[in-house]
Design a protein around this ligand. Structure first.
Ligand code: ZN
Ligand code: ZN
Length: 432
């Protein structure tokens, strides 16, 4: 892991060197170097020696058509890489020893399957190197959790104990040119003067109508880097909220970036990803079509798009991922490892919510008591025309007897409220 602790085993002795089996041997002590987010290069966790990785360069993209025809060679993510599949969530993680995958990064369950050599895949073209170190990411998660209302205390404790792991998530990006023929109608507003009667008086007003004209034409647009997540084991909405990713800082892929990290194998194939990209592009094409039709309103009846010069890249983008299980349900917290943005999910504490509702009810009851007290007191005073001070006691008595009738109706409503607000969470939560 990037933050090696002093308890780490000593570096291998030079009498029994195994540099050949080491993935990234330190030039000084031959221990395994790991990627160091702080420096953006490799670092030996034992002797601290640093090594630069190649500078950023143009990241090549590939022909989509050729890859679909099977003309894009597949290969393992690195020769030393191992792969394990999680039987619980279906996630498949690739890592380079000495990294291990004891617990699934996505669902928090212990992985029992033995790692095997990584399957060949469309190799990553580029990596966005992690910049946030583990301690910083862990602190962000702690801060995020403590700012969540109603998070069970047990969860906060658990989140502190079970760590987080650095995972590169797979993405596809697509570039392409599009040409779209469309048919539709252009609506133009016109106004007519209408005569109407109000209170026996003749009046006129302008009324808006729309005249429709057939419209057809062609629009074209080029797309650059349409980014599509190729993972299914991470909540897509939350993943989108982790944006922006600064793709300007992409580096050409080399296995060294994976040292000390894991990478998820893509779960969305190249063609499936392009389907997602097309739906992203379609909504932009439709707004092009509408502005091409012009007029005051538009109806679009058909768009036929030709996609050409489709190019793709396979990217790995870094997150710190915490997966924890709480009462048998998996929850994820993600940190963008380049910006520190945190997104996550957590259970709610029924006990805390109930306590808040009870506190609100108590406040409402006090308010009701006070206003009832006043009005009854006023009534009493009106009927008896007596000075206020002498009737403090009777007022108090009456309020209390009213109060006895109140709680039933109010608490009935409160329990409805509870079940409404916590629908779907009940099973996950019992106590703090
Ligand atoms: Zn070293
Ligand atoms: Zn899993």
């Amino acid at each position: 892991m990037p933050d090696a602790t002093p308890q780490a085993p000593p570096p291998p002795q030079s009498s029994q060197p195994t540099p050949k089996s080491q993935s990234f041997p330190c030039p000084s002590c031959s221990a395994t170097m790991v990627f160091d987010p702080a420096s953006g290069g490799m670092k030996c966790p034992y002797c601290g020696v640093k090594q630069a990785l190649q500078a950023a360069g143009e990241v090549a993209s590939h022909s989509y058509d050729e890859a679909i025809k099977g003309n894009h060679a597949k290969q393992a993510i690195s020769d030393k890489a191992l792969q394990v599949n999680c039987t619980s969530c279906g996630g498949s993680v690739v890592f380079v020893p000495p990294e291990v995958a004891g617990v699934c990064s996505f669902c928090g369950i212990a992985i029992v399957a033995a790692p095997k050599a990584a399957d060949p895949l469309i190799a990553p073209d580029a990596v966005l190197p992690a910049k946030i170190v583990k301690n910083v990411a862990r602190d962000s998660v702690k801060t995020w959790l403590s700012s969540r209302w109603f998070a069970p205390n047990a969860l906060k404790k658990m989140a502190q104990q079970e760590g987080i792991s650095a995972v590169y998530l797979p993405f596809w990006t697509y570039d392409c040119d599009t040409q779209s023929r469309y048919t539709g109608e252009r609506g133009e507003h016109y106004y007519e003067t209408e005569v109407y009667e109000e209170n026996g008086e003749r009046k006129t007003r302008e009324v808006q109508h729309t005249r429709w004209y057939a419209a057809a034409g062609q629009v074209s647009r080029s797309f650059d880097d349409v980014l599509i997540p190729a993972t299914k084991t991470v909540n897509e909405k939350r993943l989108n909220k982790l944006q922006p990713w600064n793709l300007e800082e992409l580096r050409n892929y080399e296995p060294a970036f994976l040292a000390g990290f894991k990478a998820q194998r893509y779960q969305l194939e190249l063609a499936e990803g392009f389907g997602h990209a097309q739906s992203v592009m379609r909504s932009e094409i439709e707004s092009d079509v509408r502005s091409d039709i012009g007029g005051d309103e538009q109806r679009v009846t058909g768009i036929d798009t030709k996609y050409s010069n489709v190019m793709f890249r396979h990217l790995l983008l870094p997150v710190w991922l915490g997966a924890y299980r709480f009462q048998n349900k998996a929850y994820q917290v993600m940190v963008n490892a380049t910006t520190g943005e945190v997104q996550g999910e957590r259970p709610y504490s029924v006990a805390k919510i109930t306590m808040l509702i009870l506190a609100i009810l108590l406040a409402i009851m006090l308010l009701v008591m006070m206003s009832n007290g006043k009005s009854s007191h006023q009534r009493y005073r009106e009927q008896n025309s007596l000075p206020k001070q002498e009737f403090m006691m009777p007022e108090h008595h009456e309020s209390i007897s009213r109060l006895r009738k109140l709680p039933l109706s109010i608490s009935g409503r409160a329990f409805d409220l509870t079940s409404d607000k916590t629908v779907g969470m009940q099973s996950a939560i019992q106590q703090t």
